[in-house]
Design a protein around this ligand. Structure first.
Ligand SMILES: [Zn+2]
Length: 241
């Protein structure tokens, strides 16, 4: 079934970039041998994870993960143009209170144009203890952050607490959909980022699999849905409060 999905959608992400509107892509190799081995990825998994991280829009340089997050965001707010257009000239965007937790891939330069945008960055802000009042945000965005958090359910509870009723948390995680999630506790440390540079914030605590939805559900979210641009290698998770 998953193989059929991949065949059906596998080449369809070459449509208009949700961030800038361009239609041309570049490919860069992002994953490295030690990471692939620590993660125990099959060649197929390494291939789609490589596309997610390294298939770049030639114009705005956003990778498939960032473009998927932008697509989910625009779909959620019901806007038909690009993120660039939405953040630049939409009245709806100006009224929206958006929390971005660590820079959300390549979307940050556009999100920063929103007057009610806040960027919360580690280590100044700990996602497990957000310094914001309850019911503050319309939308919370984070991209490939949760796998680096030691208590991800606590972090998701903090997102839930600070979202307005009816608001949404929209996020991505590196997701291997053909297996279940596992903690790396007791395993040799694995880092994302740049090979050979081992920053404490980039250590991986959780490798996510098909049961990823249990965490936002445990944190209180009642509606959890998926958005894709091109198939299962391009997934954004939308959780409604
Ligand atoms: Zn683009």
């Amino acid at each position: 079934m998953l193989d059929r999905l991949m065949q059906r959608y596998g080449k369809r992400s070459v449509h208009r970039c949700p961030v800038c509107g361009s239609g041309t892509l570049d490919h860069r190799t992002i994953l490295w041998k030690d990471l692939i081995e620590a993660w125990e990825l099959t060649p197929e998994e390494a291939n789609y994870m490589g596309r997610q991280q390294g298939e770049l829009c030639r114009n705005c340089q956003c990778n498939l993960r960032s473009r998927t997050l932008a697509g989910a965001f625009l779909d959620y707010v019901g806007y038909c143009g690009t993120l660039q257009e939405f953040c630049g000239k939409s009245r709806q965007a100006r009224a929206m209170h958006v929390l971005e937790i660590n820079e959300a891939g390549g979307l940050s330069p556009w999100l920063k144009r929103l007057p009610n945008h806040t960027l919360a960055e580690f280590p100044d802000v700990d996602m497990q203890a957000l310094p914001y009042a309850d019911n503050r945000w319309d939308i919370i965005l984070h991209s490939d952050v949760l796998e680096h958090i030691s208590d991800p359910i606590l972090a998701l509870q903090q997102c839930y607490r600070t979202l307005k009723a009816g608001g949404a948390m929209i996020y991505t995680i590196p997701l291997i959909y053909g297996r279940l999630s596992r903690s790396r506790r007791g395993l040799p440390p694995s880092y994302h980022g740049t090979p050979g540079i081992e920053k404490s914030g980039w250590i991986v605590h959780t490798e996510y699999g098909a049961d990823f939805w249990l965490q936002p559900m445990s944190a209180g979210f009642r509606i959890i849905s998926l958005f894709t641009l091109s198939g299962p290698e391009s997934l954004a998770i939308i959780c409604r409060k």
